[in-house]
Design a protein around this ligand. Structure first.
Ligand SMILES: [Zn+2]
Length: 247
């Protein structure tokens, strides 16, 4: 928020104002100039996001020519209503979610469907509220997809002496039929040896991206001559398939 109010977020318009030669088209809608106020309040993507959220915020009505002015207007709009702090917390979470969506396009070539973005926003809010009302860590108690339900007791363990371990993960966007992968390789002292990611990959299901992540990690083992390496994925289904335990 501080960086937003100082107009210090690395959006394309700010890059151009600092003489960086980039196309200044919005990463999310591809139509307007990418300024802070556009990404968070004027972009069609942002409009859909806010309207579909539990807040049903009609952002075109929030006046302001820059981020700070829009935030001031939000403070005036909600500053004196009941539960104003909770509402403003929601707004901040929403702004963060939009920023992450924008960065997902820029760095991974993956555009989130605004509906998925709203779902993620709501679950983050629930996690935050649950954490505030409990003295115990509640993240592991929140509902998880069936495949991930037995991960609550999982902790990372270092590989055996002389070995390295690659932790792999993939993400997939159904609407685009595309996704991205990432992997981190650590040695037996827990030091990170290598890490990389790749976006814009085509695939028909999330499992394909999980498999792509493992494939890229294995290729990295070969290219870097790490002969004693093992891979780990958070997809139990894929690991069982690779081990031949299920077809
Ligand atoms: Zn836009």
């Amino acid at each position: 928020m501080w960086r937003g109010c100082r107009n210090a977020l690395v959006v394309k318009e700010n890059l151009r104002s600092r003489c960086v030669d980039v196309d200044n088209t919005c990463s999310l809608c591809g139509q307007e100039r990418e300024s802070q106020v556009h990404i968070f309040f004027r972009c069609e993507y942002a409009r859909l996001f806010w309207f579909a959220s539990s807040m049903q915020l009609d952002v075109p009505q929030i006046e302001g020519t820059d981020f700070r002015a829009c935030w001031d207007n939000l403070l005036r709009k909600y500053g004196r209503v009941e539960h104003c702090n909770e509402i403003l917390q929601c707004v901040v979470f929403g702004l963060w979610r939009l920023w992450k969506s924008r960065n997902s396009v820029v760095f991974y070539g993956c555009i989130w469907d605004p509906g998925d973005c709203v779902d993620d926003f709501h679950s983050q809010m629930q996690e935050y509220k649950a954490a505030q009302t409990s003295t115990k860590p509640l993240i592991n108690k929140l509902p998880r997809p069936p495949e991930q339900q037995d991960r609550s007791n999982c902790t990372w363990t270092k590989p055996a002496q002389g070995w390295v371990k690659a932790n792999c993960d993939g993400a997939w966007l159904k609407q685009m039929q595309r996704g991205g992968v990432g992997w981190v390789i650590r040695d037996d002292c827990c030091w990170m040896v290598l890490a990389s990611s790749m976006g814009g990959l085509q695939g028909s299901m999330a499992l394909v991206m999980e498999a792509e992540a493992i494939k890229e990690a294995l290729l990295t083992f070969v290219e870097t001559q790490l002969m004693h390496g093992k891979v780990e994925s958070d997809s139990r289904l894929l690991m069982q398939m690779l081990k031949g335990e299920i077809n």
